[in-house]
Design a protein around this ligand. Structure first.
Ligand code: SF4
Length: 298
């Protein structure tokens, strides 16, 4: 092999972008519908309760269009209240209605299904276990919707949390499980294994959404053939963080929010021959393109 060939081979990198990277259908629908709402109702104030998606670039873009992101609806205003894809507690809907706001509910249909399953389990007398972080807005909304029908609910991010509630679990003959839509399947498996050992009857609804399952499976396959994986997306986004956690167990993985952060990993990138790229459900296409362009220029 000539030196020229060798140099070419050393310099040539395979950089592959996962097919299911970036906005999922629920997030796409939320962002597009909210922008369209503003276009069609320019004279009305539009308030989104909580960040529409966990991405500061998108939040800034919405703000530039005059769409407000708020934690609480202002008292002396009227206009449109947007419920984001994570869903919301029934009292949030009630409160917006009482204040005179028009409500546009953009709760993802997959999240609605989790809420319905959770309600069904509580109504049927199961001790409800919601797998997810208690502070996650989707989990708060699932809990709040189910709580109307009964108080026997445990929110468990991991097995240890359930172990701390073992007495309560053993007292109940029947235990039902739902999962926050972007959880890791490995976490659900560990929880189910544990619950099998302490409960008499166990009903499980695997409510991890199809978009998350596809994204995680595809990213795992890509990681197996890559020396380096680059995960793009906000560090506040649960599904992006889960992706990075999963891939770290398979190959070297870096989690970045924008292309600028790539400079912190120059050596890793230069030494990698096969680089895989994936992105969370709240990462816009232009941010992914910037990362791909910069990687191709290394
Ligand atoms: S990650 Fe899944 S549940 Fe969440 S908004 Fe996207 S499609 Fe819906």
């Amino acid at each position: 092999m000539s030196l020229k060939d060798w140099t070419y081979r050393r310099l040539k990198k395979n950089i592959k972008l996962a097919k299911h990277a970036g906005f999922c259908y629920g997030v796409k629908r939320a962002v597009e519908t909210t922008k369209k709402l503003k276009e069609e109702n320019n004279s009305k104030e539009i308030f989104v309760l909580g960040e529409l998606i966990h991405n500061s670039h998108v939040i800034n873009e919405l703000s530039a269009l005059g769409i407000h992101t708020v934690d609480e609806l202002p008292e002396k205003e009227t206009g449109i209240c947007v419920i984001r894809s994570h869903g919301a507690a029934p009292e949030v809907f009630e409160n917006a209605k009482n204040k005179g706001y028009e409500i546009v509910d953009l709760t993802c249909l997959d999240v609605k299904k989790v809420q319905q399953k959770a309600i069904e389990l509580v109504k049927d007398g199961y001790l409800l276990v919601i797998v997810g972080k208690p502070e996650h807005p989707e989990v708060c909304a699932i809990r709040a919707n189910a709580q109307i029908f009964g108080e026997n609910i445990i929110v468990a991010p991991d097995v240890q949390c359930l172990k701390n509630n073992e007495e309560q679990i053993k007292k109940h003959k029947r235990v039902g499980v739902v999962v926050q839509t972007t959880q890791r399947i490995e976490n659900l498996k560990n929880i189910v294994d544990y619950l099998l050992s302490v409960s008499k009857e166990l009903k499980i609804f695997n409510t991890i959404c199809a978009s998350t399952s596809l994204r995680q499976t595809e990213a795992k396959n890509l990681a197996r053939e890559s020396d380096l994986m680059v995960v793009v997306g906000s560090k506040k986004s649960a599904n992006t963080t889960h992706l990075a956690e999963i891939l770290t167990g398979i190959t070297k993985t870096i989690h970045i929010e924008t292309d600028e952060e790539l400079d912190n990993y120059k050596e890793l990138i230069q030494n990698a021959e096969n680089i895989g790229v994936t992105a969370g459900a709240s990462t816009p296409d232009n941010i992914i393109s910037n990362v791909m362009n910069k990687l191709n220029n290394y």
